[in-house]
Design a protein around this ligand. Structure first.
Ligand SMILES: Cc1cc2nc3c(=O)[nH]c(=O)nc-3n(C[C@H](O)[C@H](O)[C@H](O)COP(=O)(O)OP(=O)(O)OC[C@H]3O[C@@H](n4cnc5c(N)ncnc54)[C@H](O)[C@@H]3O)c2cc1C
Length: 382
């Protein structure tokens, strides 16, 4: 029993874990193999606070504490990386939409909150990854619409979603730049190109390239203010960092549980390998990684709940948890021997999924440079 949680938090953790173990875990292997995702599951997950949690009660959401969200993401990460990634992106889109007009919320947010409509979050471009502010996608005003040109890359679940939030730079014909702006793009109203790029981890998600070639988007679909897009994006990315950190904690926990179980059962030299000192050292290291990462993630969540921005704490958690889960998964695989490399072992998936943790929502290097700027007062970027 975790002494780090209060009674309500512990209750949430237990009920989500029971649901994940009984309802979700049996689905994982088949969907990962087929690279499919059971979207209907989201309708069963939203009552726990998935997707709805980051949306304030006034906007129709649950307005959960960051700590409750951390618990939800830890449990999703312990069960299925693809699910954790999916609910994270849905939560980021929903939170961004919460600041939209009543009409935008009615059309896009309300169905997201009951798990019947799904959205993507389109910031990264082929030439603007870590340097997201350098994005090149253009939006030009024409009458009551904007015409979008450019492309996005690595956009999670754009195949599988029928709308998204895309970030583009509003530029007039005379070249004046009004800044990065968020647009709601409905695939039925404003058709865009969408192509899956097969990828290594979280195989039940899609990772897409999106192309916009004179795509017309109604001006009513501008989300927030013209020029306010980067602020919206960074607000969403900060909670995405907490989500990724806690997903990594859950994945480390899964590595620990699988390793303990395997080492007790697997026998060599006439006894369970659990009795060998070198094996115990690896298991103890996974346990220590899991606990230290959990403390950092919970600390970041408590900082947000104290009303602070928590950028430093979320970056530190993302950096440390993202890197450490790679070590935890490597050790778990080693403990499983040859069995760990077989696709029928969950550890093979843990190892692939752990590799994702250091890249989206800002790479490890970006988190370190953010911490460096905070500590030393000098930006290493520009
Ligand atoms: C599985 C997955 C899902 C994703 N989902 C989404 C999504 O839904 N929406 C979205 O908008 N994006 C998404 N992304 C994109 C993700 O946010 C970017 O991949 C990430 O920000 C890094 O950008 P990049 O890949 O272009 O790498 P680059 O920015 O090109 O970086 C390459 C390497 O250079 C390093 N580097 C760059 N600049 C510096 C510097 N100044 N100092 C030191 N090192 C530096 C980086 O740390 C990295 O190691 C996703 C990515 C992946 C892999």
């Amino acid at each position: 029993m975790s002494t780090l949680l209060d009674d309500d938090e512990r209750q949430l953790q237990q009920s989500v874990r029971t649901f994940m173990d009984k309802r979700v875990a049996p689905l994982v292997a088949e969907h990962e193999r087929a690279r499919t995702f059971p979207w209907e599951l989201l309708r069963e997950l939203t009552p726990f606070g998935y997707v709805r949690g980051w949306v304030p009660v006034e906007a129709g959401g649950d307005g959960l504490s960051a700590m409750m969200q951390a618990i939800l993401m830890e449990e999703a990460g312990r069960t299925w990386g693809s699910l954790r990634t999916t609910v994270n992106v849905q939560g980021m889109v929903a939170r961004t939409l919460a600041g939209g007009t009543a009409e935008q919320r009615e059309r896009f947010l309300t169905p997201m909150l009951d798990g019947t409509r799904f959205g993507w979050f389109g910031l990264t471009e082929p030439d603007a990854g870590s340097d997201a502010g350098a994005l090149k996608m253009r939006a030009r005003k024409r009458g009551d619409s904007y015409v979008l040109n450019g492309s996005k890359i690595y956009i999670t679940n754009a195949l599988g979603s029928d709308f998204g939030v895309v970030f583009a730079r509003v530029i007039d014909e005379d070249g004046s730049d009004h800044g990065v702006t968020a647009f709601l793009v409905d695939s039925a109203e404003s058709p865009y190109g969408c192509y899956d790029i097969p990828h290594m981890p979280v195989r039940s998600t899609t990772s897409c390239e999106l192309t916009f070639d004179d795509v017309c988007v109604p001006a009513a679909n501008v989300l927030g203010e013209v020029g306010g897009g980067l602020r919206l994006a960074m607000g969403a990315v900060n909670i995405g960092r907490l989500s990724m950190s806690m997903g990594a904690v859950g994945l480390s926990q899964a590595c620990l549980e699988a390793s303990v179980d395997f080492c007790r059962k697997r026998e060599q030299f006439g006894k369970p390998i659990a009795g060998f000192q070198l094996v115990q050292q690896m298991v103890a290291e996974i346990a220590t990684i899991t606990s230290t990462c959990r403390l950092l993630g919970y600390h970041a969540a408590r900082t947000l709940d104290a009303g602070e921005q928590g950028r430093y704490e979320c970056s530190m958690a993302k950096y440390y948890c993202g890197e450490s889960v790679g070590r935890a998964a490597t050790l778990a695989l080693q403990l499983h021997g040859g069995a760990g490399l077989m696709e029928e072992s969950p550890v093979e998936r843990y190892f692939r999924d752990a590799r994702e943790a250091t890249i989206p929502e800002g790479t490890t290097q970006m988190q370190i440079l953010h911490l460096g700027k905070h500590l030393l007062g000098v930006s290493a970027l520009r």
